[in-house]
Design a protein around this ligand. Structure first.
Ligand SMILES: [Zn+2]
Length: 404
């Protein structure tokens, strides 16, 4: 271990004995009371020294025996310390790719804030390279979202769609004007490749073969059709639910941006639950949906460009949080914002007893071992504030306290 105070957190002295790491309430911590020798020692935690050398430096600074190890251990437990050589073999491989790391430096810094364990940030960033994500729908939202995920280091982002690029599909960060008239899926894949921080290795699988591939970490549904955004068809999600594939909805409908729900099959509410819930609250809902679906026309929907890229960015952030092992707030929730106010609010999508997904499965205890593994993976991370409080509670009273 080569301990390094996480450089992402800005340091400031609150008084002569108390140092604060970080500026924002979400991630800041204070440390104190601290004598000046210990304060000087913190400057040595820059990733250049291993523990044996740090112990020597501690003796030179007249720190009591054992203080160095105790300090590093406590700082690590509080999530303030990174390991300049940690993260495992995948992280080591990524360290060799300097140009890729330079591109992703801000993303790595961000990951160090959400992974408490030393070396965890780079481990998560390296893990992204092995992920496979499929984006279904390459309009203004889908193409931007796919390129953002690719740019953030997700190794394989597949895009599925049909038809050819229309002039109104063009968006900064998404399909370029030069692609108008090209096949939509081909053009979107080119956008994804251009956004990637490194060239992805060719894989033997064939996207678009019909069945949902069990190797997919996440499928994101970004339909160009407004009705599919507003009232996602439960039948389209059936193969995803059957294969236990997590999936996320995002899109724009009539000036309203929609992100979610993130569906964790058997765990959180799905498109079927949403349909049943809407029907409970509005008996006319099925009749309206049937009319909207049959009345589809080739008209261009109301999809403000800024709202489209906002939805793409927010959905990508929720997707990444999930892919990194976290619990994004879009699980079982639909975030919505409408023009012109743009205030985001959330609608819960609860598992509905009449839907065949979560409630029925849970009641019968039919989770496969794969599902169990997936749940365990998702449970690795708790919301930051909760983890922070826990880290604070584990510290000796009077020496450490969480910043509020
Ligand atoms: Zn359901």
């Amino acid at each position: 271990m080569h301990p390094m105070m996480k450089p992402a957190l800005r340091r400031g002295w609150r008084d002569l004995e108390t140092v604060q790491f970080g500026m924002t309430p979400a991630h800041a911590l204070t440390l104190g009371p601290m004598d000046s020798a210990t304060g000087s020692f913190l400057d040595l935690l820059n990733g250049a020294r291993g523990l044996p050398l740090l112990r020597q430096e501690g003796r030179r600074l007249n720190l009591p025996e054992g203080r160095v190890d105790a300090l590093v251990e406590r700082l690590s437990r509080a999530g303030l310390v990174d390991d300049a050589r940690g993260g495992g073999p995948a992280a080591d491989a990524l360290r060799q790719k300097e140009s890729v790391l330079r591109r992703l430096r801000p993303d790595l810094a961000s990951l160090t804030l959400t992974t408490p364990e030393p070396g965890g940030g780079l481990a998560r960033l390296a893990a992204r390279r092995a992920l496979r994500v499929r984006v279904r729908g390459a309009g203004r939202v889908g193409a931007v979202l796919a390129s953002v995920l690719s740019g953030a280091g997700v190794g394989e982002v597949e895009v599925q769609d049909s038809g050819r690029v229309e002039p109104w599909d063009v968006a900064p960060g998404g399909l370029p004007a030069e692609s108008v008239g090209d096949r939509r899926d081909t053009a979107a894949r080119a956008v994804v490749r251009r956004a990637a921080p490194e060239r992805a290795p060719r894989r033997p699988h064939s996207p678009g073969s019909g069945a949902e591939d069990p190797g997919l970490s996440l499928v994101i549904l970004t339909p160009r059709d407004e009705v599919a955004v507003h009232a996602p068809d439960p039948r389209e999600a059936e193969p995803l639910l059957a294969s236990g594939t997590p999936h996320l909805y995002a899109g724009v409908v009539e000036g309203t941006g929609v992100v979610g729900p993130l569906v964790l099959p058997g765990e959180s509410g799905c498109a079927g639950c949403l349909h049943q819930d809407r029907t409970d609250r509005d008996p006319a809902w099925p009749r309206l949906v049937a009319q909207w679906r049959t009345g589809r026309s080739r008209r261009t929907g109301a999809c403000d460009l800024t709202l489209a890229v906002t939805v793409a960015g927010l959905a990508a952030a929720h997707a990444l949080t999930f892919l990194d092992g976290g619990s994004p707030s879009a699980a079982g929730v639909r975030w919505e914002a409408s023009l012109p106010g743009l205030t985001w609010h959330s609608r819960p999508i609860r598992p509905h007893p009449a839907c065949g997904c979560a409630a029925a499965r849970k009641a019968k205890g039919e989770h496969s071992s794969t599902d169990g593994h997936r749940r365990a993976t998702m449970a690795v991370q708790r919301p930051t504030t909760e983890r922070r409080r826990e880290a604070g509670a584990a510290r000796p009273t009077g020496t450490w306290r969480a910043h509020v």
